[in-house]
Design a protein around this ligand. Structure first.
Ligand SMILES: Nc1nc2c(c(=O)[nH]1)N[C@H]1C(S)=C(S)[C@@H](COP(=O)(O)O)O[C@H]1N2
Ligand SMILES: [Mo]
Length: 374
């Protein structure tokens, strides 16, 4: 096999190293915040983060999406800089070299998969047949494993490159190394800058690329799953509703049914809490409702360590969520009936929705119909 010839002097170690460092920082931050997102969603027993601070998930998930976007141009430019080495012949000079090259398969393959599926997910463009959450999580471990091996293998070369002054490269097509890296940096700053406005309101004027505008939607809040999509719109349009609406509270021995008037007669709590979607947008609302702990107290439910919150929605991945003890005890874990002082819009979960501090949006169940106590 004859290696193709690569004429640009920009395929050099220095550019590769600097891009590699930027990518390493972006990937590690994205990985760490991705783990937070995963465990905040799964809520394993050992997970230490509870409902406080209330806005933490909105920050970690905003950073996750921003660093993922920043990595896209960095990775593309990095692949361009290093791709001549993919044609190296013979493919391995030593066992060490072979190992280093094999680690590129999970690293490059995993990274491309993560960025592609992540961007697709925030654009809600999901042409794939797999379940995004699990595939994205598995690929993250694969890529981070490849990254560790790669950093270990390249450490000596990279420190060597950085210790020496930058050699001049003759301009290639009038592009210097500095211009190449500068444009990569600019593109990688511009992508997240053009989307963070979907979570930081004062920057929303910048959010030209954001898939969601946090100000657009009924009651000034965006909507992911619509009432029509969830199949609850007809139920709500039905004239007997909400008069006939009953929240059912089951504890294995009995079922208590509470109408909206019963819920409104209980001690109300108002709290300012964000909806923070995994897709990277977030928006704050002023919610009023009954705190779950007050409701349980009213019903004399005693010491409850777990509550399943079940939607009227019949199908759909997010029709139920679980409240663990720290959320049940938090005074701002609400079954809300008002948003911004008005009855909830049906798109936001009328007649009743869960809204609680520091919780991924997917766990803020709308159109709540039933609470199941163990
Ligand atoms: N029943 C039900 N509740 C749900 C969902 C759903 O699909 N079904 N989607 C969740 C998601 S992904 C988000 S981000 C929030 C968004 O709330 P909003 O539509 O009021 O902004 O609702 C959550 N509640
Ligand atoms: Mo969401």
């Amino acid at each position: 096999m004859r290696a193709p010839t690569f004429t640009s002097p920009l395929h050099d170690e220095r550019a590769a190293t600097l891009l590699g460092i930027a990518l390493g920082v972006a990937f590690t931050t994205c990985f760490a915040t991705g783990l937070v997102s995963h465990f905040a969603y799964e809520q394993p027993g050992w997970w230490p983060l509870g409902p406080r601070p209330a806005g933490l998930y909105r920050v970690t998930q905003g950073v996750h999406v921003a660093t993922g976007l920043a990595a896209v141009p960095l990775l593309l430019v990095k692949l361009w800089v290093v791709y001549p080495s993919f044609w190296t012949w013979p493919p391995a000079r030593s066992v060490r070299h072979a190992f280093e090259r094999i680690s590129l398969v999970p690293l490059v393959g995993g990274s491309l998969f993560l960025l592609f599926s992540g961007v697709g997910n925030i654009l809600r463009w999901r042409p794939w047949g797999f379940f995004f959450t699990e595939a994205h999580y598995a690929a993250a471990w694969i890529a981070i494993g490849g990254l560790l091996v790669h950093v270990g293998a390249k450490w000596a070369t990279a420190t060597d490159v950085l210790r020496h002054p930058a050699p001049d490269v003759p301009p290639s097509l009038h592009v210097s190394r500095r211009q190449l890296l500068g444009s990569a940096a600019l593109a990688s700053a511009a992508l997240p800058a053009a989307t963070v406005g979907q979570t930081i309101r004062p920057l929303s004027f910048l959010a030209v690329l954001a898939p969601r505008d946090p100000r657009v939607g009924p009651q000034g809040l965006p909507v992911n799953r619509t009432a029509a999509g969830a199949g609850v719109a007809a139920l709500v349009r039905d004239g007997r509703f909400p008069e006939r609406y009953r929240l059912e509270v089951e504890d294995g021995r009995r079922t208590v049914r509470l109408g909206l008037a019963d819920l409104r007669a209980m001690r109300p709590t108002t709290a300012s809490l964000p909806i923070a979607c995994v897709e990277g947008w977030s928006a704050t609302g002023i919610w009023t409702g009954v705190a779950v702990r007050d409701l349980l107290r009213e019903l004399g439910a005693g010491d409850v360590g777990r509550v399943e919150v079940v939607s009227l929605e019949e199908r759909g991945l997010y029709k139920r969520s679980r409240l663990t003890r720290s959320w049940i005890d938090d005074p701002h874990t609400l079954l809300a009936y008002d948003l911004g002082g008005e009855p909830l819009h049906v798109e936001h979960g009328f007649p009743l929705r869960l809204i609680a501090p520091n919780r991924p949006g997917v766990l803020q169940t709308k159109w709540v119909g039933r609470l199941v106590l163990p």
